[in-house]
Design a protein around this ligand. Structure first.
Ligand code: ATR
Length: 274
């Protein structure tokens, strides 16, 4: 019996998830299939209900349905709470369990693949939208010495700070707020761009001085060099894109569904075309 999984989004044609999960399934000899499903913008819940009725075991969820996925879940894991958004649903009996593997995907890429530990480091997260909220808990739980969050709209950072402070299941480094202007004179070991500026080619008003030659500048986007990555490279920092995070968040979902940990390195290499 082949277990069925899918990724649901709108649009969805560009999704790399079917390729990644097919590679994991082949590597770990799991009898499963995984497809991309386009849900109508007003038809996410109906699509999920149909998949559950057809015996699917779980789904990944992408733009614009992550909040809707959280809302229709019957159980919410801590990973999904700060952003009130889920990128993974596990269907178990009557339960629809909401998880968010973006945070563990990011942290695993930084700590395992890029070999940089977050504990005791000075970490800056840029952004306070859905992408930033989805990873903040996992970063904070790695106990950086300092966890600064900056964003154009500071109200969103305050809201994020309060939501994170409400999480009682983990020991956390609390969020420190900083406006872009307040970054002058500060340096960081790890700077993570979780804004959507890479999509529009907008330049972030961040000073070059936050980067040193040992700083890791990480953009959660992948596929090309964003203005953030270019600035960090010119300022002498080490630069990484979000391809490893994409594969690691998929691996974390795969583990939730199958209880098997795939080897991500060959899949990342395959996607980089090396
Ligand atoms: P996502 O789900 O990708 O996080 P989002 O929730 O719309 O999308 O959030 C977009 C993020 O990018 C926000 O942090 C946003 O800043 P604001 O909260 O101040 O809007 C940030 N962002 C988008 N365009 C930006 C720009 N031109 N300059 C600075 N920040 C920008």
């Amino acid at each position: 019996m082949t277990d069925k999984y899918a990724v649901i989004g709108n649009p969805i044609a560009h999704s790399q998830s079917p390729m990644i999960h097919a590679a994991f399934a082949k590597q770990t000899h799991q009898a499963m299939c995984y497809e991309a499903i386009l849900a109508p913008l007003d038809g996410f819940a109906e699509t999920v209900n149909q998949l559950v009725a057809q015996g699917y075991k779980g789904v990944n969820v992408t733009v614009p349905f992550k909040i809707a996925a959280f809302k229709l879940a019957t159980q919410h894991q801590p990973s999904a709470l700060p952003a009130e958004a889920a990128n993974t649903l596990v269907f178990r009996g009557e339960q629809r369990i909401a998880e968010n593997t973006d945070g563990i995907g990011l942290v695993t890429d930084i700590q395992k693949n890029l070999a940089i530990t977050l504990q005791n480091k000075r970490v800056l997260l840029i952004g306070a939208g859905g992408a930033a909220q989805g990873v903040a808990l996992e970063i904070a739980s790695r106990m950086p010495a300092l966890f600064v969050v900056t964003n154009r709209s500071m109200e969103k950072v305050s809201a994020m700070q309060h939501r994170l402070a409400a999480v009682t299941t983990h020991r956390l480094t609390p969020i420190s707020l900083a406006s872009f202007g307040q970054l002058d004179g500060q340096v960081f070991d790890v700077v993570i761009n979780a804004t959507s500026t890479g999509l529009s080619d907008s330049v972030l008003p961040i000073p070059d001085g936050i980067f040193t030659p040992s700083t890791l500048a990480y953009d959660m986007m992948y596929g090309r060099e964003t203005p953030f990555m270019a600035q960090a490279r010119l300022a002498g920092a080490k630069v990484a894109d979000g391809l490893g995070m994409l594969v690691e968040q998929a691996a974390a979902a795969f583990y939730l569904w199958r209880d098997v940990k795939p080897d991500t390195a060959p899949v990342i290499q395959q996607m980089r075309g090396v």
